[in-house]
Design a protein around this ligand. Structure first.
Ligand code: DGP
Length: 113
Protein backbone atom coordinates (compact mmCIF):
# COMPACT_ATOMS: atom_id res chain seq x y z
CA UNK A 1 0.00 0.00 0.00
CA UNK A 2 1.55 3.24 -1.14
CA UNK A 3 0.64 5.30 1.95
CA UNK A 4 1.50 2.63 4.53
CA UNK A 5 4.54 3.55 6.62
CA UNK A 6 5.53 -0.08 7.20
CA UNK A 7 5.32 -0.83 3.47
CA UNK A 8 7.73 2.07 3.00
CA UNK A 9 10.05 0.52 5.59
CA UNK A 10 9.86 -2.82 3.72
CA UNK A 11 10.82 -1.03 0.48
CA UNK A 12 13.59 0.84 2.37
CA UNK A 13 12.02 4.14 1.34
CA UNK A 14 12.07 4.99 5.07
CA UNK A 15 15.16 4.01 7.08
CA UNK A 16 14.86 1.67 10.05
CA UNK A 17 17.19 -0.38 12.23
CA UNK A 18 16.64 -3.84 10.78
CA UNK A 19 17.62 -6.83 12.90
CA UNK A 20 16.10 -9.61 10.83
CA UNK A 21 14.94 -10.03 7.26
CA UNK A 22 13.91 -12.93 5.08
CA UNK A 23 11.66 -13.36 2.05
CA UNK A 24 8.44 -12.83 4.05
CA UNK A 25 9.30 -11.14 7.33
CA UNK A 26 11.09 -7.99 8.46
CA UNK A 27 12.04 -7.08 12.05
CA UNK A 28 13.21 -3.62 13.05
CA UNK A 29 13.54 -1.46 16.15
CA UNK A 30 10.45 0.43 17.27
CA UNK A 31 10.82 4.19 16.85
CA UNK A 32 9.29 4.76 20.28
CA UNK A 33 10.70 1.93 22.44
CA UNK A 34 8.77 0.90 25.53
CA UNK A 35 11.48 -1.48 26.79
CA UNK A 36 15.24 -1.95 26.29
CA UNK A 37 14.39 -4.51 23.62
CA UNK A 38 11.45 -3.39 21.50
CA UNK A 39 11.23 -4.76 17.99
CA UNK A 40 8.43 -4.94 15.47
CA UNK A 41 7.99 -8.06 13.34
CA UNK A 42 5.94 -7.51 10.20
CA UNK A 43 4.97 -9.50 7.12
CA UNK A 44 6.44 -7.92 4.00
CA UNK A 45 3.07 -8.25 2.31
CA UNK A 46 0.54 -5.62 3.36
CA UNK A 47 -2.23 -6.96 5.56
CA UNK A 48 -4.03 -4.78 8.06
CA UNK A 49 -4.21 -6.77 11.25
CA UNK A 50 -4.27 -10.11 13.05
CA UNK A 51 -7.66 -11.08 11.58
CA UNK A 52 -7.06 -9.94 7.97
CA UNK A 53 -3.73 -11.80 7.94
CA UNK A 54 -5.45 -15.18 8.12
CA UNK A 55 -5.80 -14.80 4.33
CA UNK A 56 -1.99 -14.92 3.94
CA UNK A 57 -0.87 -18.57 3.87
CA UNK A 58 1.47 -19.61 6.72
CA UNK A 59 2.15 -16.04 7.74
CA UNK A 60 1.98 -16.76 11.47
CA UNK A 61 4.42 -19.67 11.17
CA UNK A 62 6.85 -17.40 9.41
CA UNK A 63 6.55 -14.51 11.84
CA UNK A 64 6.66 -16.61 15.01
CA UNK A 65 9.59 -18.67 13.72
CA UNK A 66 11.43 -15.43 12.97
CA UNK A 67 10.76 -14.15 16.50
CA UNK A 68 11.90 -17.36 18.20
CA UNK A 69 14.98 -17.72 16.00
CA UNK A 70 16.09 -14.14 16.59
CA UNK A 71 15.64 -14.40 20.38
CA UNK A 72 17.70 -17.61 20.30
CA UNK A 73 20.36 -16.23 17.96
CA UNK A 74 20.81 -13.05 20.01
CA UNK A 75 20.83 -15.10 23.24
CA UNK A 76 18.27 -12.75 24.76
CA UNK A 77 16.93 -13.72 28.16
CA UNK A 78 14.03 -16.06 27.50
CA UNK A 79 12.76 -15.55 31.03
CA UNK A 80 10.83 -12.34 30.57
CA UNK A 81 9.80 -11.16 27.17
CA UNK A 82 6.44 -10.51 25.59
CA UNK A 83 5.01 -10.74 22.06
CA UNK A 84 1.88 -8.71 21.43
CA UNK A 85 -0.21 -7.48 18.51
CA UNK A 86 -2.65 -4.62 18.99
CA UNK A 87 -5.68 -5.29 16.79
CA UNK A 88 -7.77 -2.19 16.07
CA UNK A 89 -7.65 1.39 17.30
CA UNK A 90 -9.43 0.51 20.56
CA UNK A 91 -6.55 -1.83 21.42
CA UNK A 92 -3.99 0.85 20.58
CA UNK A 93 -3.17 -0.10 16.99
CA UNK A 94 -1.79 3.01 15.31
CA UNK A 95 -0.18 1.50 12.20
CA UNK A 96 -2.59 -0.59 10.16
CA UNK A 97 -0.07 -3.08 8.81
CA UNK A 98 0.07 -6.25 10.92
CA UNK A 99 2.92 -6.17 13.42
CA UNK A 100 4.00 -8.00 16.53
CA UNK A 101 5.82 -6.12 19.26
CA UNK A 102 8.64 -8.03 20.94
CA UNK A 103 9.30 -6.43 24.32
CA UNK A 104 11.99 -7.45 26.77
CA UNK A 105 14.97 -6.42 28.82
CA UNK A 106 13.00 -5.19 31.80
CA UNK A 107 10.37 -6.45 34.25
CA UNK A 108 7.01 -6.57 32.43
CA UNK A 109 3.82 -6.11 34.38
CA UNK A 110 0.49 -7.78 33.69
CA UNK A 111 -2.31 -7.13 32.87
CA UNK A 112 -1.41 -4.55 30.24
CA UNK A 113 -3.51 -1.37 30.24
P1 DGP B 1 0.83 0.02 17.38
O1 DGP B 1 0.53 1.20 18.24
O2 DGP B 1 0.62 -1.32 18.08
O3 DGP B 1 0.15 0.09 16.03
O4 DGP B 1 2.40 0.08 17.14
C1 DGP B 1 2.98 0.85 16.13
C2 DGP B 1 4.39 1.07 16.50
O5 DGP B 1 5.09 1.49 15.34
C3 DGP B 1 4.64 2.14 17.56
O6 DGP B 1 5.17 1.54 18.74
C4 DGP B 1 5.65 3.08 16.94
C5 DGP B 1 6.12 2.35 15.73
N1 DGP B 1 6.40 3.19 14.57
C6 DGP B 1 5.56 4.07 13.98
N2 DGP B 1 6.14 4.64 12.92
C7 DGP B 1 7.40 4.11 12.84
C8 DGP B 1 8.50 4.32 11.95
O7 DGP B 1 8.46 5.10 11.01
N3 DGP B 1 9.62 3.60 12.20
C9 DGP B 1 9.71 2.71 13.25
N4 DGP B 1 10.86 2.05 13.41
N5 DGP B 1 8.68 2.49 14.10
C10 DGP B 1 7.55 3.20 13.90
Amino acid sequence: MSDCIFCKIVKKDIPSEILYEDEWVLAFKDLNPQAPTHLLFIPKIHTENFIEAIEVPNIYDKIFNAIANLVKEKKWDTNGFRVVSNCGAKAGQSVFHLHFHLLGGRELTWPSG
